[in-house]
Unconditional design. Sequence first.
Length: 148
Amino acid sequence: MIRKLEKAPDFEAKNQNGNWVRLSDFAGKKLVLYFYPKDDTPSCTAESCNLRDNHHTFLKRGYEILGISTDSEKKHQRFINKYNLPFDLLADTDHRICETYGVWAEKQLFGHKYMGILRTTFIIDENGFIEKTIDKVNSLEHAGQILK
């Protein structure tokens, strides 16, 4: 997994509208890059809505927010519309970005092993370096974890 003070790897993926988004688009800005397992599931919804509810605070402090999961552009669009999310979600359908950031790993649920996203957030500074990594995300209080 990418850690503090490392250069954040550049990436390119389509957002919910089919537009290409790159890390380099955020040069000179602070970025909250959060990886989450799946749209419209209880924990992922709680996390995304917590970030939505605190979006104004992030903007005041100079942060942009991007979410990434392996869901499709269309599924992201439904999720954004359903919960009125004010930030882009990127479709990493081939989990290439997840692998690059070290958040694609074997998981286990009810004894069943599968590959999936480890819920993780990277705070990237204006120069493209990892300022902070949060790998024990509290979905209900995630904004507080980031902003403290």
